[in-house]
Design a protein around this ligand. Sequence first.
Ligand code: XUL
Ligand code: CO
Length: 436
Amino acid sequence: MTFFTAKKPAKFEGPKSKKELAFRYYDKKKKVLGKTMGEHLRFAMCWWHSTCWPGSDPFGGDTFLRPWHHTTDEMGAARQKADVMFDAMDLTGIDFFTFHDRDIAPEGSTLKESNANVTAIANYIEKKMAKQKKKLLWGTANMFSHRRFMAGAASNPDPDVFAWCAAQVKHALDVTKGLGGANYVMWGGREGYETLLNTNIGRELEQAKRFLALVIEYKHKIGFKGPILIEPKPQEPTKHQYDYDVATIYSLINSLGAQKDVKMNIEQNHAILAGHTFEHEIALASALGVFGSIDLNRGDYQSGWDTDQFIVNVPELTLAVLEILRAGGFTTGGMNFDAKIRRQSLDPDDLLHAHVGSMDACARALLAAAAIIEDGTFQGMVDERYAGWTKPQNKAMLAGKESLEKIAARVEKNNINPKPNSGRQERLENLINRFI
Ligand code: XUL
Ligand code: CO
C-alpha cells in the first residue's frame, strides 16, 4: 500500500469516535431487518472517477498529478491504477467495483488492440479479485469519450459506428462475464442529439432499440446471468438524451418485452437533472418491476450540473434507502459511488475519506429507514389512504369485472358521493423526521 497514507482499513468505532478515518454508523456485519449492513448496501467503488479523472473541469486541466497519468507506459499505468483501486477497496472495506472498458486499459490503434489491452488488464484484475476477495458489480463500455462517438454510439447516423459499438459491447460483456460481473450497464453517453436540424429522431430510436435487442440476445447466448442495466440521464453531454428518465426507458424495455432482462441503474444526479427526485425514480422503477441498482453521487442544486459529488445528506438519503427497502432491497444491484472528490482535494487519502463518509451517511440512512419500516406507522398511514380498494366491489372495478355503465349505475343507485380526506403530508414529514 504505497499510494495512500492510511495503512489500516477504516473500522467501525461507533458515533463517539474522534478518529477521522473511521465508521461511526457503518458496521458491516451488524444485522438490520434480517440482513447485514454490508448485504443491504453492497457498496461499489468506480474506476473512472476514482483513478481516471485527473481533476479537470471545463476551465482547467489536471490538478491531481497522479503518477499514472504522467507516464508513457500506458499498460504499466493501467496496472498501477488497478493496484490503487484494490488498495482503496481494502482500506474502505468496499467489496465491489465498477468500470468502463477504457477506464481499466488504454485505447489501442485498432479495436482488436484495445480489446487485447482490456483482456490483459482484466486478467490482472481477476487475480487481485481472488486474492483480495472483491467482486465486480458491473462492467460497461465507454462509447462516449472518443471522437468517433461525437454523434452518438448506437444512435449514430453512421452505420460503421453502430457496428463498432456492437463489437465493443460484445467484448465488454465477455470481459464482464469472465470477471463474474453481477450486472452489465448501458449508459447512452451520447445517445441523443445536439440539434433537430441534422437529426432523424425516429431512425435513431429504432437504431438504439435494435442495439439493445442485440445485446440481450448475446447476453443469453453466452449465458450471462445478470441483468442489463440502463442508466437514465436527460442531458449532458448531449443537449437531449434519449434515455431521459425511468419512464422513458421503460417504454423502450416494454416495446421489446424485455422486463426480465433489462432493469434500471438510477443515479441521484441524473434524476435531479430530469426534474425528479432520486426517490421518485427508485419508486417508479420498483413499481414497474425494473429496479436494478443505483449510482450514488449528488449534483449541485444551484449549478444544476452533473457535479458527481459524494453524497452526505442523511435526510435525503433516508428517503432513497426507504424506497430501496420498500422495493425489497438489492438483488444483483448495489450502491456504486459514481462520485468524484473535488479538484482541490489533492491528498491521496481524500479519496478514502470521501468514500468512508458517504458510506457512513448511507448506514445512518439505512438505520433510519429500517426504523421507519419496523415502527410501521408510516406504512400504516399510506395503506389507510388506499384502504377503500380492499372492498370487494372496488376490487371488482380494478379487476375489469365492471363496465363503465355498470359502475355508473352503481354510483347512482348507492348515491356514491366521495368525501375528500387529508393527505396528511406534514404529519408524514414529521413522522419521518422522528427517525433521522
Ligand atoms: C455519466 C455516468 C456514467 C455511467 C456509466 O454521467 O454516470 O459513469 O454511470 O457509463
Ligand atoms: Co452513473
